[in-house]
Design a protein around this ligand. Structure first.
Ligand SMILES: *Cc1c(COP(=O)(O)O)cnc(C)c1O
Length: 387
């Protein structure tokens, strides 16, 4: 028997039921819910405030080519807009070659499963994004997780004979906002002949010179880190993803990454809009400065309120609550106060570490941040944060 209802009841009973609601964006930082209430959004990943930028909207409106690409990349789907974006990304990141994917999720599946198989080893940070974990499972390789940011543990796990050993880590961790010790990880992988994949979904555009991300910040090139995965759905404000690296590595992935081969190429207008976004990411450094100033202000304000903050200097600022039900209740109280912050619960984060995942954007005004801090001045939050 399938017992679908029983399973749903168990999910509800554990406070783990997830609900998809409908919102309408109203400008860069507000959402209007189904009842017409206007809420201040502090849970998106639009870190630079580009998702609502009129210049990107104009690229979509002015597009005169076909909407659909009509076929896979390797047939006739790869158009000039895709090629221009791939080349601009390679140039920006100082890497030989770039392969586009429809989403970051597909990029991680395709890259990991394209390069490893049974008889190989895939090592991942415990807190890596689900798409990296799923890529390891899909590959058939032996999968192990090392302790969060623990390079000694990683080194011990690597010390085993396998055909290929791949280490994968988030650059900036998506639910914690802390940064992987990339220089140390790269040193260990180089020493042992393993390869390193960095998924910089939350670092690209946000940190490093010209927003080049975690690798640029750590001074690492494509020979130290052959596989860099990025997504356009976050700081770029559009949609899509890529892997970038040495020519031969990417050429091999063009042969082997099934999530790029057996799927329709994305609408070329998306690449055109992303190319315009890349130009804004590179040149509008004030967005990164604005974001950094908001992060500093948030951390000072939130620690004065006695909240349990994460070890994060990035746009992702978790307030750790503990139990799933308490995190959900806190998120609901914020919503009553007109503020949208998602409660992140297991299995997205480890049991007992449910949290409010607050994210900041260059588009937030000081007054928005003040409203958030006012709403976070909540004795129940302080109490649960001290558990
Ligand atoms: C969001 C995210 C992804 C998935 O990217 P999409 O383009 O949204 O599919 C992959 N890795 C990390 C670390 C992410 O945060």
């Amino acid at each position: 028997m399938w017992d679908i209802g029983t399973e749903l009841t168990a999910i509800r009973a554990a406070d783990l039921h997830r609900q998809r609601r409908v919102y309408q964006a109203d400008g860069p930082v507000h959402m209007v819910d189904a009842s017409g209430r206007r809420l201040l959004n502090f849970c998106g990943n639009d870190y630079l405030g580009l998702a609502n930028d009129p210049r990107l909207g104009r690229v979509l409106r002015d597009w005169s080519g076909p909407t659909g690409s009509g076929s896979a990349d390797l047939v006739t789907g790869h158009r000039y807009a895709h090629e221009a974006l791939s080349e601009a990304l390679s140039d920006w990141l100082q890497r030989d070659r770039t392969l586009l994917f429809s989403t970051g999720y597909m990029a991680n599946l395709g890259v990991i499963a394209g390069l490893t198989r049974r008889g190989d080893l895939v090592l991942q940070d415990r807190l890596n994004h689900a798409s990296l974990i799923d890529g390891g499972l899909l590959s058939g390789a032996r999968c192990r997780r090392y302790r969060h940011r623990d390079v000694d543990h990683l080194q011990r796990c690597l010390d085993r004979p396998y055909r290929r050993r791949l280490v994968a880590t988030d650059g900036v961790f998506s639910m914690d906002g802390d940064v992987a010790p990339l220089a140390e990880i790269a040193a260990v992988t180089a020493q042992t002949g393993a390869a390193l994949l960095v998924d910089d979904a939350h670092g690209l555009g946000v940190i490093g010179s010209q927003g080049r991300g975690s690798l640029a910040d750590a001074g690492l090139d494509q020979f130290q880190v052959p596989l860099l995965v990025g997504t356009f759905g976050k700081a770029f404000g559009t949609y899509g993803a890529f892997v970038s690296g040495p020519a031969e590595w990417i050429e091999l992935l063009e042969q082997k990454a099934r999530t790029a081969i057996y799927t329709t190429a994305s609408p070329p207008v998306l690449s055109a809009a992303t190319l315009a976004a890349l130009d804004l990411v590179r040149t509008e450094g004030w967005r990164r400065e604005r974001l950094a100033a908001l992060i500093r202000r948030f951390r000072v304000g939130a620690s004065q309120l006695g909240l349990s903050l994460g070890d994060s200097g990035t746009a992702i600022q978790p307030v750790i609550i503990g139990e799933a039900g308490a995190a959900l209740a806190a998120s609901r109280r914020l919503e009553v106060a007109g503020i949208l912050v998602a409660a992140i619960r297991p299995p997205t984060v480890p049991a007992g570490s449910a949290r409010l995942r607050i994210t900041l954007s260059a588009a937030h005004a000081d007054e928005h941040l003040d409203r958030l801090l006012d709403a976070l001045d909540d004795p129940e939050l302080r109490d649960s944060g001290r558990n």
